[in-house]
Each structure stands twice: as C-alpha cells, then as structure tokens.
Design a protein around this ligand. Sequence first.
Ligand code: ADP
Length: 545
Amino acid sequence: MDNRELQRKAEVAELLLHAARRLGESIEPERVYERFHELVADVIQHDGVIVSSYDDRDDLIRCEYAWTDGAAIDPTSLPPLPLNREGGGMQSRVIVSGEPEMFNDVPQRVENVDGVYYNVDAEGNLEPIPESGPAKTTAAMMVPVKDEGRVVGVVQLMTDSGTYSEDDLQLFDGLVVQMGAAVRNARLQQERRRLEAAEAAALAVAREREQAVHVLDAVGDGIFLLDAGGVVRLWNRAAALVTGLGSKDVVGRRLAEVVPAWDALAARIPVADEGAMARAVTLPIEFGRRDLWLSFVAVQTSYGVIWAFRDVTNEARLEEEKADFVATVSHELRTPMTAVYGAAQTLLRRESDLTTEQREGLLEMIVTQAARLSEITEEVLLTTRLDRGDLPIEHEPVDVVEVVRSTVAAMRSQVPDDTAIEVEVPEDVGTASGDADRIQQVLVNLIDNAAKYGESPVRVSAERGNGAVRIAVSDAGPGIDAIDRDRIFEKFYRAGPQLTRTAGGTGLGLYISRELARRMGGRLDVASEPGEGATFVVELPSSKG
Ligand code: ADP
C-alpha cells in the first residue's frame, strides 16, 4: 500500500469517525437522514439521494428520505415498490444480494433490464421511464442497510454527470453503515421514549384511579353505584359506616336482596339525568337494627345509577325535638295564660257583682298562675342555655350539710303541710365540688317532685365514698315504672297521664337537674320499685378542700 493510499484510508477513517459522532447525536430518525446527506454532500458528488426501507414481511420497499436536484422531496409521495426477487431493478438486486453495487451504465440498464424506473424532479413529480424519455441519471451507487445481517433498506446515490469509482463506493458504504447504526439507535431511543411515555401515562391513570377511590372513601357522604340490574357495583366507606353494611356484604348482590325495603324507597327518589341538578329527598330507612333518616340524591350515568346519601338522623331528630319543644311550650303556657286572662277579665267586667272573697280568689289565681308562667319561662330559658352550653357553672367546695339544711328549710314552706321532710346527713360528710346554687336547684326540684308525685315522708340523706358525695332524695310514693326510668330525664317527658293532669309541670325539671349534675362532673340517677317509692341520687365529686 503506497503512501497516498494510506493517507486516503486514514482520511476515510477520520471521516467515518466524524460521521459516526455527528449521526449519533441525532435522536430523531428523520434528522439522521438529513445529517447523513450533509456528510455525503461534503465528500461525493451527486444529484440525487434516496434512502429506502425494506420490510420482508410485506416485501415492499418504501422511501424514507429523498432529495433530488437540490431539494428534499416528501418521501411519502413516492409509491412503495414490491421487491423483485429475480433481480430486475437496481434496488431489488442489492436487497436480494445484500452487496453494495455501482452502476455506471444507468441509461442502458433502465432501457434493457426489467424493473420500474422513474425520473423524479425537485417537486417530487414522478416521470416513468422510458415513456417520458431517457433516464437523466448517468451513474448510481446502491448500498444495503443491514441490521444483524438482515437487509432492512437500501441507500442510493445518483449523479447526472459522469461515473462513480470504487473509492466512492467504499466511502459511501462506510457512511451508510454509520447511518444505519444511527437510525437504529434513534429508533430504539424513540421506542424507549414511547414506552416511557406510555408507562407514565398508565401510571398517571392508575394513580388517578387510586386517588378517585381514596376520595370516594374519604368523603363523608355514602356513595354507591347500582347497575341496570340493581346490583351493587360500588359501596364506599361512608356507606358502610352509616348503614353498618360492609362492602363485602353488598357488592355483587342486588341491593333489594340485602335491604328489602329498597325498591319501595328507590321509587320515591327522583333520578336525575347525567349533568342535571339532582333533587335531594329525605327518607326514613331501616338498615339492620338501625333506624336512620337519610337524605338521598341519585344520578343516572352510563355505568348505572349513582346514589349519594347523607345521614341526617340527628338533624331530623333535632327538627322533631324543636317542633316538640315549641308545641309543648305553647301548650304549657296556654293553661296559666288562659287562667290569668279569664280571672282578669272577670275582675274588670264584673267587679261590682263579686263578693270580696270571690275577688280575692281571682287575684290569688292570677298570682299563682303568673308565678307558674314565670317558672315555665325560667325552665325553658335554662334548658336553652344548657343546650347552647352558655350556662356558667362554678366548681368550688360546697359544704354538703349546709346546702342540704338550707334547701330543706326553704322547701318546708313550699310543700304541702302534710308532707314531712326528714334529713339524715352525717355532720362529717364534708364538701363536694360544684356550684352551691346549682346543687340547691337540683335538690329543690327533687324534693318538689317527691312531694308532688310521691308520698310523705320525703327523706334527704347523704354519704361519702369512692371520691364522691351522694345526696339521695327518696319518697314513699308509687315509684316509677321501669320503662319510664330513663325517659323521665328527657326533655318534656312526663310519666303517667293522671299525674300529668293533676300536678302542673313542664317535664323539664329532671332534664335540667341531670344536665346540671353532669356539668358539675357528677350524675343523677333514679332507683325505684313500683309501689315502693323512688330514690333519686345526685352524685358529685368530693372536694379536696
Ligand atoms: P315535671 O315535674 O315538670 O313533670 P320532671 O322532669 O321534674 O318534670 O319530671 C318528669 C316526670 O317524672 C314527672 O312528670 C313524673 O311523671 C316523674 N317523676 C319525677 N319524680 C317522681 C317521683 N318522685 N315519683 C314518681 N314519679 C316521678
């Protein structure tokens, strides 16, 4: 090998190295073709370049990049060509043989050898040869592109003037090898990016789903989905919490199977069309052993009907209570008010007809009923303040002997003369923690009740033990039925219709008393056997002082 030859080889090697670097930088296959062409343009004269791919699955040769007469052509404007296995056509020959080839006799070949040939102009117009005249091209080089030994394409370089040499072919072959590698690399990168994007998208969807499930579970509203057959497809956590039915008990089953009243209920709930405003309906429903008031909305979707509900049992009870409260208060106020009104009217209109005794009787009635009115108003106000939590209550040492003594002394003039009040409080019972006025209020109420509903004697006793002081008020009356023992502490509850009629009362006294005891850190309970009297016990924390 002479020096010139050596130098040329070195130059070619350097060129190829440079080409490998430049091509390797491109990450889009289309850019790789353009760079390849720039590199070729620097070293080999040409008037046209065509890069084609060959797919052995359909035996078609497709143009990937084309440039002719100084301009790039849209490769899709060139029709795919079927491979000609018999070797007609220059591209087919190279693909079949897998060897680079050089044709310095193009016009003759085009005329004599089987194959489809075109003249292509810079606008990408195809002119079939030979119909449109002789081929412009005088010489061409064709090099196969290989991937692991398999031919996957062919690159052709054409000139309209002169011929190509063996050196040209070698150089061109070297550049095509680099280009093939770079395209493969770019395609792999592209595929990797596509996979990564697909994976990221799948991950995002999965995350969104997961989030949706979490959100569905986190909302306080019960949500469930029934398909067209009424089968539960989704049952969120709130639905399980409110109804006491877990998703595993209901999902996959017809809801009407699990909740027999469902069909009748569902008929009363309007189902809004998707996107329309849903109207809420509040209905009572029994789940297992729970009686609930649920506010439902329903929306038709393509998956089925989505039902959302909220537990409004407490609100409904509150509403009921409020209605009761107003009704009871108005009722309680009406009786004394009518009495006062009637007595006052009689006094005004017929004063001259009345005896002094009758007048005094009417005035006394006005005084008693007015006192009753203010008593009811007081109790109602106190109840409201307790419910609102704005009743200040002291927590200080209260001398139990003293509070019992003073209360009983005050009550002696309040109870009927034939009601005896016995006190049995040991001197050393000590102090309780609480509010002296409130303890007194509780005791007044208990002694008053004992006198009203029980029978003489009324006993007030106290004892100390287990960190508490217990003050008991008992009577020898009819006692309280078991079913009433809890309920008498409810607002407005009054046991026994005959009692209700005989002694006036609002049914708030025991509610207020129990609440006061609780707010002082204690409790109020009752023990009673029917016929054996009742014993109410106020328990208060004993004071350290
Ligand atoms: P009121 O006295 O205004 O009716 P309370 O809340 O003080 O309201 O009492 C509720 C009900 O409890 C009374 O209506 C009565 O039926 C019953 N009750 C209270 N104390 C006794 C008692 N010592 N013996 C029998 N029944 C009682």
